[in-house]
Design a protein around this ligand. Structure first.
Ligand code: NPG
Length: 369
């Protein structure tokens, strides 16, 4: 397609529960949205980067700068843009995967709307609904944690993920395991541990966890291989996996036996499918991570999670887990599942009145010169 116009919107979306970051608690999710228009169709993509660079080096204002300064000019200079061709079009920019993924999602959405194809069909979905898990942050105390978990169990979630860190691991895991019986349980350390903790982490083995996610810093594949060798709980990488090549390498080195796929982290949905395919060929199950997506990214993630290799419930929660009001029609849990959207593109409609109401800055508009 020939892209005529790109709009960038920044919104502050109210969260139902504050989200903890190493820079403090956030009560709003800052979201950068890209809206592309061309050939009589349009598409939306969202940026998963956080306000602060604490999950990854990318953060929302940095992504906006990369998009405005380098990626949008490349899009508007091209005579014919396809989602498949974006890798090459953006090849001059090293890294910045979350920024690239934002525009890839918008271009894919527009492209698919022009042919009446859904994300699920395009990516290779084989299911019409996906099993959902929920991620539970570090709580102020165990009672608060158990209360929160009870609510999610009641809502029908099919798997609980607990965030852990040194000083908040064995006890919350033991208490939650006791509370939820045999419901699948997994933990996510978001790089909080070091190799000094191997003996301690091994004590998690007695709680029958599905997996332990990203205990060590993202660059340290070797440390994860060492841990995987000495613990029964499967080790799963998240932050470390930024491309298909890295996924294959980490699997072959024994550092990960399950892979978390987040499209934003790996540069987009097409790379996410490529990682899925590679893992499937190696018999490694994958699951879809979440980054507090609005209905736009949530719709796309659910389509991805319907691919055959997504063998474990994802952090594909209902909209209500994070937002009282979603940017699109809300995703509502049905018996622990979310339905894969079937309409063209993402299959959801962006509520532009909310984009305006929640705007934290004037939209930036770029057109062909
Ligand atoms: O359900 O959307 C969701 C969020 C799940 O906890 C979740 N994600 O470390 O995986 C993570 C974490 C995260 C959230 C990471 C936001 C980065 C940003």
């Amino acid at each position: 397609m020939r892209i005529e116009r790109v709009e960038l919107h920044t919104i502050g979306m109210p969260l139902v529960r504050p989200f903890e970051t190493s820079f403090g608690r956030q009560t709003e999710r800052d979201v950068l949205l890209a809206h592309v228009v061309g050939d009589g169709v349009d598409g939306w993509g969202e940026c998963v980067a956080g306000t602060t660079p604490d999950y990854s080096s990318e953060y929302v204002a940095g992504c906006a700068a990369i998009i405005e300064r380098f990626l949008v000019p490349a899009l508007l200079a091209a005579s014919d843009v396809t989602a498949d061709g974006l890798d090459e079009l953006f090849a001059g920019v090293i890294g910045h995967r979350m920024a690239k993924a934002t525009l890839e999602a918008a271009v894919l959405d527009a492209e698919l709307r022009s042919t009446g194809t859904s994300f699920g069909e395009r990516l290779g979905a084989v299911r019409d609904r996906v099993e959902c898990g929920v991620s539970v942050g570090i709580s102020p105390d165990i009672e608060t944690l158990l209360e929160e978990v009870d609510g999610y169990v009641e809502a029908g979630y099919r798997r609980i993920k607990l965030k852990i860190k040194p000083g908040w691991d064995l006890e919350p895991v033991a208490r939650v395991r006791e509370r939820i019986g045999t419901l699948p349980l997994q933990v996510d350390a978001n790089t909080a541990y070091t190799l000094d903790h191997v003996d301690h982490l091994r004590r998690l083995d007695e709680y029958g966890l599905l997996l332990i996610e990203q205990p060590f810093v993202e660059e340290d594949i070797a440390a994860h291989a060492l841990l995987a060798d000495s613990i029964d709980t499967p080790v799963c990488l998240d932050e470390s996996i930024t491309s298909t090549g890295i996924a294959i390498d980490a699997i072959q080195r024994g550092a990960t036996s399950i892979v978390n796929i987040k499209p934003g982290r790996v540069g987009g949905y097409l790379e996410a499918v490529s990682i899925h395919d590679a893992c499937r060929a190696l018999d490694v199950p994958v699951w879809c991570g979440g980054m507090l997506e609005t209905g736009i990214g949530r719709a796309m993630n659910i389509a991805l999670a319907a691919l055959p290799g997504f063998a474990l419930p994802g952090d594909t929660s209902a909209s209500s887990r994070y937002f009282a009001e979603d940017l699109t029609e809300p995703f509502v849990l049905d018996d622990g599942y979310l339905a894969v959207p079937t309409g063209p593109g993402s299959g959801v409609t962006v509520r532009t009145e909310l984009v305006e109401r929640w705007a934290v800055a004037e939209p930036r508009v770029f057109t062909r010169s």
